[in-house]
Write a protein that binds this ligand. Structure first.
Ligand code: 3PG
Length: 213
């Protein structure tokens, strides 16, 4: 059993204005990428389970970058949740929600940010005790106007909009009372990772602090 501190979904959301959504194809990139984000003041890192190397990347970050808090994104099944926890993930993010994934994350000791895009999905997640949710895909599913509409009936839910969020449109989301942080892949551009341009990743991370609520 790890003796590392545990984080609630709300703490994961409150740590910085942006949770980076990270896609890695090469384990060798994991540690320098994580160090670059930490150097820019971002320590909650969502490594998506979208590549064969993702779990090994999570393991490497958990082992070698103690200043980071690594989580798994794209958690869609019970097996994903278990594998993510075994690799050293400290939180999970899912693109949608099922009770099975919610329970698997609880069983694995992982804070979960469940993805929702409709009122029914919010109600299902709430029924299972989740009140901090990822709004995905945020721009495509209605953007800030959708979050304003949800703030009435779902006054007790807080969101992390992700999907189509950029440095430019993030302020509009972050200005909403029911938004705690946003998620986005723009902090870790594929070309910067491929080129090992870690200074660019650090600069992109630093630039997000101007967004602080
Ligand atoms: C995700 O994969 O969770 C989101 O699609 C990230 O969206 P973005 O690439 O538009 O930031």
């Amino acid at each position: 059993m790890s003796n590392l501190p545990t984080f609630s979904a709300l703490q994961v959301m409150q740590d910085a204005p942006v949770i980076p959504v990270i896609v890695l194809n090469d384990v060798a990139h994991a540690v320098p990428m994580a160090r670059a984000l930490v150097a820019g003041g971002i320590r909650m890192l969502e490594v998506t389970l979208r590549t064969p190397q993702a779990l090994a990347c999570i393991e490497a970050i958990a082992r070698e970058v103690p200043e980071a808090v690594v989580g798994a994104g794209t958690v869609r099944t019970k097996a994903d949740a278990q594998a993510a926890a075994n690799a050293g993930s400290r939180f999970a993010v899912s693109p949608g929600y099922t009770s099975a994934v919610g329970q698997a994350c609880r069983d694995a000791g992982l804070a979960l940010l469940p993805g929702v895009a409709s009122g029914s999905e919010i109600m299902m997640a709430q029924e299972d005790g989740f009140t901090e949710l990822k709004f995905f895909p945020a721009m495509q599913a209605g953007g800030p106007a959708m979050l304003k509409a949800w703030s009435g009936p779902f006054f007790d839910v807080r969101f992390c909009p992700t999907g189509g969020v950029t440095l430019q449109n993030a302020p509009e989301f972050l200005a909403l009372p029911n938004v705690v942080c946003v998620g986005g892949s723009w902090l870790v551009p594929a070309d910067a990772v491929a080129a090992g341009d870690w200074a660019r990743v650090t600069a992109l991370a630093q630039a997000t602090h101007a967004l602080r609520k």
